[in-house]
Design a protein around this ligand. Structure first.
Ligand code: G6P
Ligand code: MG
Length: 222
């Protein structure tokens, strides 16, 4: 059996990745840049400022914004985002997730969160699932975001679990890369064309079944 599960938040535990996308789209509209869902795949898992930089790079006229101006735009996106997540609650937990968390707990396996979001703690609170997590790694905990492995290795270190005994669950390409670099077992949730590097890919969270993940983990760990 694995000894710890480390979950990404947005797009794995909850449907907030859609709200991140809508907030970025609104900000991009305001500054005259078009983004779509395909482009949004690149924004998944990376920090707020890195996302802004990728969006600004789509339009040469925004090439030399001052640091202050970029801060202002990033804050504005966060205001849009916070407005969208204001009313989230347990109904925003993705299918299968709460059953999975319970099953992991029942088997005395540790659970951590590994998120790039500064809103992670607040989102967990609103969903009412804070108590499942033994440790929360968010944007304030690490210096190097995904695809660097630091998010996942920090969680494992704090739980005192060896990396090869950890399962990481991600919906972002950058996140899967981070898990693989940490030499943990990577589970991808979403389309295989984005998550092909994951050791095990499921299409959506309803397919995240404890026994199946453990079986795949054991095969990998032989
Ligand atoms: C996660 C999401 C990204 C988001 C990032 C920063 O990684 O997948 O879409 O941009 O967190 O979130 P924040 O709430 O700090 O702006
Ligand atoms: Mg995610």
């Amino acid at each position: 059996y694995p000894k710890a599960f480390i979950f990404d938040l947005d797009g794995v535990i909850t449907d907030t990745s859609e709200f991140h996308y809508l907030a970025w789209k609104k900000l991009a509209d305001e500054i005259g840049i078009k983004i779509d869902r395909e482009f949004n795949e690149k924004l998944k898992g990376i920090s707020r400022m890195e996302s802004l930089d990728l969006i600004l790079a789509l339009s040469p006229s925004n090439n030399n914004l001052s640091a202050d101006e970029k801060e202002r735009l990033a804050s504005k996106k966060n205001e849009h985002y916070q407005e969208l997540i204001q009313s989230i609650n347990a109904t925003n937990i993705l299918p299968g997730i709460e059953v999975l968390l319970k099953e992991i707990r029942r088997n005395n396996i540790k659970i951590a969160l590994g998120s790039a979001s500064k809103n992670a703690t607040e989102v967990l609170k609103q969903l009412g699932i804070t108590e499942y997590f033994d440790f929360v790694v968010d944007a304030s905990t690490v210096t190097k975001g995904k695809p660097d492995p630091e998010t996942f290795t920090t969680a494992a270190d704090r739980l005192h679990i060896p990396y090869e005994a950890c399962v990481g669950v991600e919906d972002a390409k950058a996140g899967v890369e981070a898990i693989n670099k940490a030499e943990m077992f990577s589970v991808g949730v979403g389309e295989i064309k984005h998550l092909g590097d994951a050791k095990y890919v499921v299409q959506d969270t309803s397919e995240l079944v404890f026994e199946e993940i453990v079986k795949r983990y054991n095969d990998w760990n032989l």
